[in-house]
Design a protein around this ligand. Sequence first.
Ligand code: ATP
Ligand code: MG
Length: 306
Amino acid sequence: MSATTPDAPSLAKPAPAGANGTPLLEVRHVSKYFGGVIALADISMDVHAGEVMCLLGDNGAGKSTLIKVFSGVHKPSDGQFLIEGQEVSFASPRDALAAGIATVYQDLAMIPLMSISRNFFLGAEPTVGWGPFRRFDVARADRITRDELAKMGIHLRDTDQPVGTLSGGERQSVAIARAVYFGAKVLILDEPTAALGVKEAGVVLRYIAQARARGLGVIFITHNVHHAYPIGDRFTLLNRGRSYGTFRKDEVSREEVVGMMAGGEELEELSHELEEFAHTDRQASTGLASASRDMGRDAADLRPSS
Ligand SMILES: Nc1ncnc2c1ncn2[C@@H]1O[C@H](COP(=O)(O)OP(=O)(O)OP(=O)(O)O)[C@@H](O)[C@H]1O
Ligand SMILES: [Mg+2]
């Protein structure tokens, strides 16, 4: 990343369809322990240029821990970490950023009262003038911000408006455009759609697709299969620090992914419990009985249809 050459960002070239080459990022048999807590156990996964890899799992599955390994926050306790086939050991998030790994966290590092273009260039501001007369090059920052966002299909009314006036989805989109512009090869998004409504989530999913089309490898972390399934090329499922495996979209249905994540058996158990309550509590019995029937039906739907 450089403040002096923002006109020529280096972008990874899209890999051929199918992306069979060397992965941009790969972990092999990675484990992470926090004292006695096993946050990750023997995880292997990779992401190629031009694909969206979804990392799915319930609360505490280890998703954030794994991306913190990717982004240089945690060192793995065990296993290998490779960038474009070369083994690496990051000492800090700065090393990961220098290697082209950009992470967009849900609580975006943006300043709401500053303009969109100021936020776009936060920490890498283009300047004009020299010595004591050096100042933020507003016109250039505005132009680049407008152009880069337009390339992602975002057409702003005014790049001078404070970021705080943007919706959650638009803010995520600006963060994605920023990572692409500054030459990220791998874009990691930790739950970018968690706090968004259906329409807003759709907007963010579209920009994820744009980043993929521009040749980035995207790691998309989410709880929500309905957000992951339409956009994902492959899915890695984590459960209590272990991997259920990685599946290509043509290998699993949406229902199977939901089933593996939520555990169809757990829903079934819950439906039996509600039935019991319905027997013991006459007043609430009608409502609970119908809820238990609904759950039983959902659990049946979730069972893989093999
Ligand atoms: N710094 C830490 N020290 C101790 N334990 C930790 C630390 N970070 C994570 N853990 C533990 O590791 C496990 C995995 O946590 P992680 O945050 O990776 O889960 P997650 O899949 O991101 O969950 P969520 O969906 O709730 O964000 C949890 O049991 C958590 O308590
Ligand atoms: Mg998390």
